[in-house]
Design a protein around this ligand. Sequence first.
Ligand SMILES: Cc1cc2nc3c(=O)[nH]c(=O)nc-3n(C[C@H](O)[C@H](O)[C@H](O)COP(=O)(O)OP(=O)(O)OC[C@H]3O[C@@H](n4cnc5c(N)ncnc54)[C@H](O)[C@@H]3O)c2cc1C
Length: 531
Amino acid sequence: MDNRSENTVSDLFVIGGGINGCGIARDAAGRGLSVTLAEMNDLASATSSASTKLFHGGLRYLEYFEFRLVREALIERETLLRAMPHISWPMRFVLPYHKDMRFEADTPTSKLLAVVMPWTKGRRPAWLIRLGLFLYDHLGGRKILPATSTLDLRDAPEGAPLQDRFVKAYEYSDCWVEDSRLVILNARDAEARGARIMTRTQVTSAVCEGDLWRIETRDTETGDTTTHFARMLINAAGPWVGDIIQTKVRLNSSEGVRLVRGSHIVTRKLYDHDKCYFFQGTDGRIIFAIPYERDFTLLGTTDAEHADPSLTPECKPEERDYLLNFANEYFKQQLSDDDIVWTYSGVRPLYDDGASSATAATRDYTLKVDTESGAPMLNVFGGKITTYRRLAESALDKVGNHLTVEKGRWTAGVPLPGGDFPVDGVEDLSAALRRDYPFLGADWALRLVRAYGTEAREMLGDAARAEDLGVEFGATLTEAEVRWLMTREYARCADDVIWRRNKLGLRLDTPQVRALDEWMGERAGQMAAAE
Ligand SMILES: Cc1cc2nc3c(=O)[nH]c(=O)nc-3n(C[C@H](O)[C@H](O)[C@H](O)COP(=O)(O)OP(=O)(O)OC[C@H]3O[C@@H](n4cnc5c(N)ncnc54)[C@H](O)[C@@H]3O)c2cc1C
């Protein structure tokens, strides 16, 4: 079937429902622009659900002298934390020090030290780490997050899981964020402000007709095709940014993207406190060990070249081994393949700045406007979850050079759905939820507050008993919650729910997941028939 999208012309047509596409759609819709967004799979189905999930300045980027990126990200951490205290929270990072820690050979800092202090022979001296943390504390106008401190690992509980050779550590602050929920909440807020969000909708071509873009999309479930028109095209296709330029729009552009795969492994909980570890390797790389979903530990990440966005990224055996060996250099408990309960992998769509190694390629974003076709197109390269809101603001500055944008920057300080409560208010909100819904266990209430914030109540409605929430799919997932996710949060199948709206995939078994999928399939059929 071929449809014409109501023959309306949007101001912006955004390709890609990752964090950058949804962030730009929200910002633009809030400024009164008409926006249509197409995502070929589920929202956050690519890189934006596969990150390390940190709002961070990127301590290691200081060694690359990426001061602008680090400063912008540090300032941004607290702005974001305030806007979404349900899905983001402060974390302390313990950085054990050992004299054998080395730089990656081609960082500007290691090159400088090789000249002025050749006797360090590529090692990262303790004073340099302390200097980096001093900058980290002071570059970004920190107000909420506590400053760096020093730990004696021989006494501190943080030393207990580590090998005895680690006696000293630094502890600094960054923030956690539920990456895929961040995307979904941005999409919901964009829609609430007038944007049209289409999932399972692939852009198959975009050509200019006069001063408008004519965009063809295909519904990936029904095969139906639709034609849309827009004044400006936003290419936020992440790893596919080059594919859009070359095969969907057929632009003659030399801009390139460098695809760098990063994998994570998840094990059962490896230690009892709530802090993260920042481990430095003898190869100059770093990995994190992070408390994850209450009962697990997240370890990552790797940096490996990835040839083609159409190859689904997977954690390769050598990446598993790399992460296990890295952790085994630090923890007393020696990990093996049997300890891994889940892995995930994503592809960083980095701007190709010609750096020699994947680790060294810039994590900064680059926005390029192309007007060669007649109407403007904005291509988004690189970026981090942490800088998505700033990236959207910069994108709207560029949009303003081509379309009339009457309203200025507005997103700083405006909460995402469910985030309208104080930064330290999660415990109060959970306690109040348990008072009003006494059947909720502590872990269940906390899970709902962390996912839905002040909207948890709306999701639970007037339920007086657990049975009032309908079918129980396992691990506290109920029909009421799944209905909410299907009607409010674009979920279509079990995977959307258990890996991108929450992480209950870690707890549900295969028959439970199948039952959820079947229930959702039937429910989707009923919803379609009722429309
Ligand atoms: C391993 C790893 C760890 C990371 N850790 C962090 C971290 O801790 N903190 C941080 O700040 N950043 C981190 N990042 C970076 C961050 O995850 C990415 O910069 C960000 O998610 C990129 O978002 P995006 O929207 O550009 O791309 P994506 O999330 O990949 O979104 C692009 C979307 O476009 C869609 N699309 C493509 N082609 C089409 C088409 N033809 N039609 C319709 N839709 C299409 C895709 O399906 C996809 O969903 C990490 C990245 C990786 C890989």
